[in-house]
Ligand binder design. Structure first.
Ligand code: GLC
Length: 723
């Protein structure tokens, strides 16, 4: 439809029809829905009239070509102007082919594969009738108590930005109008949701604007630069004002400064939550604040439908604000081609062919393997040799709860468990015994006995441990980030046997691994690995695939350290600065300052040496490019992938600068004994940051540059910037 036709359509709309476009309701409210749809938040007692449903602009949580066709068909008949519905759902890390949780994808550092996974997720959901995905979630995370860290790619704004762009490209493709196998992306949750105090979900966020811009906003900007069509507000406050009614955030920064002209949508029920937050007295005031702030669609409450008309008639809200919002929503529908083809990519026939097809499962397996992080491998306990008899013990041995908490269309019954994966791999079934050992949160004597007897008959023990999926995800905050006691007891009992033991972990957050890493020889972090998890992990355990994942979020030494992240400041009294000074420095008396496993960390079955770091010049001006080179060699006996990381520190800033900031990384593949020169380029632009006056600029002076296999073990050189 041409722009002019959209304007004509807008002119024909009554005020109720316009407000209807700003309303989003869950699937069960719609005629033609066959199943209940996904409920992902509290259900309010909503007074939804038939008229509102008729005028509503979008549907939340529907899926399946048949159901969506029915709802759309009915709606086109019921709507006076036959304006098609938009179908939006949470397609987070796969539709039915489930990829690892985003924190796992983050650990792959594989931007291309992440893009591919989003493309596949889009394809499977587009044939099922969905138009918009509530993804990517780009919230930067530093606190593993927060259950939603599993939805993020991690703690670094540069890495998150790379993944944000990749996911948007993967979901949206080049041209949404033409490519019916793509979805519009909705970047979320704007903004700083990941910084909730104490990691308690929905809790207060308080930070300076400088930190907001420097740490929390870049991944949003990146997603918008890549063309994300929508933005979702977050539940939290930002500087005392809930994001959903935050004019500075939603209008001044997002629209005026960044020029975003797409659709904004609240999170589930977040508009009405302005009342319990205490910034709106009632629903009318909540509607007033949200529309002023530039919030277009209200998800799952009815403050707009119930109050916006009055506010406009009383001249408290200008009708043009409503018109603007409707324009943007109609424009999105138009870009998706819905006026010409309201059914878009949906096809029951294609659902059969596309969903969970071999190619998709192959990518899921590859990404699951690349997401696994080998945290420890003493005495080369891994890989397992097929001549070794394996006892697979633990609550995740046969558990199919490996898709993660945000995989609503994923079918656990077809997920490959670790037991199935190993069974498939081994010709000789006598080489493999399975025992549950414990439940996730409880253990019986009998379970323990069986586990010990299985372990005694084996040469090597694989413990499959973890958190069930409800222990992370939305509203899944925990103050204790260790494995449940039952599993720690299991580990301890097995440890007493003194046999080679490997722990494989299934979980959605960095854990405090005391009681696990110190009582096992090898530890493989597998996250919630998705549909092909068992196959991917088996390939790693048996050495068919050499692990290459690197943590994109630090694993704390203990919860008392949290938040702990690599790009922190030095403080005025850094630990270890002087030998004489032991007490009055910034430290804990009982635990180290360093996390147990730092950002960027992950082992391989081979070893890499880093040598001969060099710079192309001792200094640069804004017109130059500095080349940072290092020679990386595979010093082991098998081929492997390495992620070479580049960090920078501005030694003297106008405001305090982090000890390290990731500025680049390269994934390389090296055969045994092969070496390669890895080159990074740095320019003045990459050295800029927000000064105290929020000016984004760089400083003259000295910088240190680091290259290494993780954020801790680095080679260092320095250079100067002269402007
Ligand atoms: C939720 C989430 C959000 C999701 C939305 C719709 O409560 O916070 O991430 O997209 O509801 O399901």
């Amino acid at each position: 439809m041409k722009k002019q036709h959209l304007e004509d359509l807008l002119k024909q709309m009554t005020i109720d029809e316009k407000i209807g476009q700003l309303s989003q309701l869950a699937t069960p409210f719609f005629k033609g829905s066959t199943e209940s749809g996904k409920i992902t938040g509290p259900l309010e007692q909503l007074n939804i009239s038939d008229d509102l449903v008729k005028n509503t602009g979008s549907v939340l949580g529907a899926s399946g070509a048949k159901e969506i066709r029915n709802i759309q068909e009915q709606h086109l008949k019921d709507h006076r102007l036959s304006i098609p519905l938009l179908f939006m759902s949470d397609i987070i890390h796969g539709y039915e082919t489930i990829f690892p949780v985003p924190l796992g994808i983050g650990s792959s550092w594989d931007i291309e594969l992440a893009e591919k996974s989003a493309e596949i997720a889009a394809k499977e959901s587009a044939v099922s009738g969905i138009h918009v995905t509530f993804a990517p979630m780009v919230d930067l995370v530093r606190d593993p108590r927060w259950g939603r860290v599993m939805e993020s790619t991690g703690e670094d704004s540069y890495l998150n930005s790379e993944f944000a762009k990749a996911q948007v490209r993967g979901f949206q493709g080049e041209d949404l109008t033409k490519d019916l196998h793509r979805l519009a992306a909705c970047v979320k949750h704007f903004a700083a949701y990941g910084a909730a105090e104490a990691g308690r979900d929905y809790n207060t966020v308080n930070m300076s604007e400088r930190q907001l811009r420097e740490i929390y906003l870049p991944a949003f900007q990146a997603a918008l630069d890549a063309g994300s069509k929508l933005v979702m507000t977050s539940f939290n406050t930002v500087d005392g004002i809930p994001a959903t009614g935050n004019k500075k955030l939603m209008r001044d920064i997002l629209r005026d400064e960044w020029g975003f002209d797409g659709v904004t949508i609240t999170d589930w029920g977040a508009l009405k939550e302005l009342i319990p937050h205490g910034v709106a007295e009632d629903e009318s005031e909540a509607a007033y604040k949200a529309i002023q702030a530039g919030v277009d669609i209200e998800m799952m409450t009815t403050c707009y439908p119930d109050h916006l008309k009055n506010l406009i008639e009383n001249k408290e809200v200008e009708e043009e604000l409503l018109n603007d919002a409707v324009r943007r929503i109609l424009q999105l529908k138009n870009e998706l081609g819905l006026f010409e083809n309201p059914y878009r990519g949906l096809s029951e026939e294609n659902e059969e062919k596309v969903i969970l097809n071999e190619e998709h499962r192959k990518v899921a397996k590859e990404l699951a393997a690349k997401s696994c992080v080998l945290l420890q491998n003493n005495n080369n306990t891994l890989p397992i040799n097929t001549s070794q008899k394996v006892a697979l013990i633990g609550p995740f041995a046969e558990n199919n709860d490996i898709l993660g908490p945000w995989s609503w269309k994923g079918n656990k019954d077809i997920a490959v468990t670790l037991t199935k994966g190993i069974e498939k791999r081994l010709n000789n079934k006598n080489q493999f015994i399975v025992a549950k050992g414990s439940e996730i949160e409880s253990i019986t004597k009998e379970q323990l006995q069986n586990a010990i007897s299985a372990a005694e008959q084996s040469d090597i023990i694989v413990l499959a441990l973890g958190e069930h999926s409800d222990m992370s995800g939305e509203a899944g905050s925990r103050s204790n980030i260790k494995l449940p006691d039952a599993q720690l007891q299991l580990v301890d009992e097995i440890y007493q046997l003194g046999k080679p033991t490997v722990a494989v972990l299934f979980n959605g957050r960095p854990l405090d691994l005391h009681g696990v890493f110190d009582k096992t020889d090898a530890v493989l972090e597998a996250w919630f690995p998705g549909t092909e998890g068992g196959t991917a992990i088996t390939e790693i355990l048996y050495g068919d695939v050499n692990p290459s994942g690197k943590l994109s979020m630090s694993f704390p030494y203990s919860v008392g350290q949290v938040p702990v992240y690599y790009n922190h400041y030095n403080t005025g009294r850094p630990q270890g600065a002087s030998d004489a000074q032991v007490r009055y420095v910034s430290q804990f008396l009982d635990i180290p300052n360093e996390p147990l496993f730092p950002f960027g960390y992950g082992l391989s079955y081979t070893t890499f040496s880093y040598q001969n770091m060099r710079l192309s010049a001792p200094g640069i001006t804004p017109d130059d490019t500095l080349q940072v080179k290092i020679t990386v060699k595979n010093t082991g006996k098998i081929a492997g992938d390495e992620t070479v990381q580049l960090y920078v520190r501005d030694m003297v800033g106008e405001v305090v600068r982090p000890l390290k900031e990731l500025k680049g990384f390269k994934k390389i593949h090296l055969k045994p004994q092969e070496e390669m020169d890895v080159t990074f380029e740095l320019t003045e632009k990459q050295l800029r940051y927000y000064h105290s006056d929020l000016n984004y600029d760089s400083d003259n002076g000295k910088f240190e540059v680091y290259v290494g296999p993780n954020s801790k073990e680095v080679h260092t050189l320095s250079f100067t910037l002269t402007k």
